[in-house]
Ligand binder design. Structure first.
Ligand code: DC
Length: 216
């Protein structure tokens, strides 16, 4: 098992950019678990699985799917879905389907396998609590709701997605509530995670802070 740096936190706290930068600096692989949940949700939507489908039905619908990362792109069953999984709708359904045990069970081994032969920076909601409870280092990245909505707004605008700041605020609010209230693997700070508030920090400042904690 390689070294794992676990970075959890709510949506829009900057986890992806920070994790990617840290992975690059340390020569670790970047594991974007949100992309896994987004891709699986896209697959289930395409299969027209209902939100209230039971375990077996969900599990059967997932059986045999492949999700792969290559050159910053995400492939679902061999097809590039990098843009399709980044819409607000894809995030909404990722949040809904990620509450299902069959989905979490299917992704658990995929996530753990990613760290078997590599050092990884793994970002998500339950990295430090469930997937990698023995992670080498654990962080919880947080920010004010307004700060997170603004970050989400900027990200989506940058990708050409039409969104208002109110819609971005509703998106982070609604998803965080659902992600932290679900029964299985809810968004939660691990007891031994270092908490960092990124509201008034730039990307570089957050990265520096995390690197200096790792050095200590
Ligand atoms: O990080 P993200 O916005 O790409 O994640 C999309 C959704 O996937 C998020 O709202 C909840 C779910 N998710 C999860 O339940 N557990 C993870 N480790 C990562 C994401």
């Amino acid at each position: 098992m390689g070294k794992v740096i676990a970075i959890d936190g709510p949506s829009g706290a900057g986890k992806s950019s920070v994790s990617k930068a840290i992975a690059e600096k340390l020569g670790f692989q970047f594991l974007d678990t949100g992309a896994l949940y987004r891709a699986i949700a896209l697959h289930l939507r395409r299969k027209e699985l209902s939100d209230d489908a039971l375990y077996d039905e969900t599990s059967n619908a997932i059986k045999g799917i492949t999700i792969a990362f290559s050159n910053d792109r995400v492939f679902l069953n061999g097809k590039d879905v990098s843009d399709a999984i980044r819409t607000t709708e894809a995030g909404h359904y990722a949040s809904i389907f990620s509450a299902k045990k069959a989905v979490r069970d299917a992704l658990l081994s995929i996530q753990r396998d990613a760290a078997v032969n590599h050092d990884v920076v793994a970002e998500g909601r339950d990295m430090g609590t469930v997937v990698f409870p023995d992670a080498w280092k654990k962080f919880y990245l947080d920010a004010s709701e307004e700060g997170r909505a603004k970050r989400r707004y900027d990200q989506l605008q940058g990708k050409g997605v039409e969104i208002t700041i109110e819609e971005a605020l509703n998106d982070v609010r609604e998803r965080d509530l659902r992600d932290s209230k679900r029964d299985i693997a809810p968004l939660k700070k691990a007891d031994d995670a270092i908490c960092i508030d990124s509201t008034f920090l730039s990307l570089d400042e957050v990265v520096e802070k995390i690197l200096s904690c790792i050095d200590e």
